[in-house]
Ligand binder design. Structure first.
Ligand code: DCP
Length: 133
């Protein structure tokens, strides 16, 4: 049975919210779109709202999918959904840090190899969103 992991592309004023993973060891220190596993009975949107509340203490509204799903492990697909902040200021409760990056900063982080590998697949889609195309 396939599992879904959902990640949020939270964009505010031309900047994308990134979070720096604390674990597991091979991903620690790398930047990601925050999110987590969809639990049984949840929609992807419900899972993303729950994960961003748990991990960052924010309430969001969830929008459309961006990019294509990425297979992160056998039978595990990662999907990215747009999200907008409704209430709260993101705090890194489970991450090492958070950052708001513009299109150039995002491209530079990807080029430096400090973005979680699966998430780099969405760079063209995120770049277009951040540049307002
Ligand atoms: N993942 C990824 N890119 C993201 C988010 C997640 O590549 N933007 C990957 C990393 C993990 C898997 O998906 O291999 C599951 O992500 P998390 O560990 O963030 O999910 P949970 O927080 O739900 O995990 P757990 O409940 O096990 O702590």
């Amino acid at each position: 049975m396939s599992r879904i992991v959902v990640a949020g592309a939270v964009i505010d004023a031309g900047r994308l919210l990134l979070a720096q993973r604390a674990r597991p060891e091979h991903l620690a220190g790398l930047w990601e779109l925050p999110g987590g596993k969809v639990e049984p009975g949840e929609t992807t949107a419900e899972a993303l709202r729950r994960e961003l509340d748990e991990e960052l203490g924010v309430e969001v509204t969830v929008g459309e999918a961006i990019g294509a799903p990425v297979e992160v492990a056998a039978g595990v697909d990662l999907v990215a959904l747009r999200a907008e902040l409704v209430t709260g200021t993101p705090q890194p409760r489970e991450h090492l840090a958070i950052a708001w990056v513009d299109a150039d900063e995002l491209a530079a982080l990807c080029a430096r190899g400090v973005v979680v590998p699966a998430d780099t697949a969405w760079l063209p889609d995120l770049d277009a969103l951040l540049r307002g195309e």
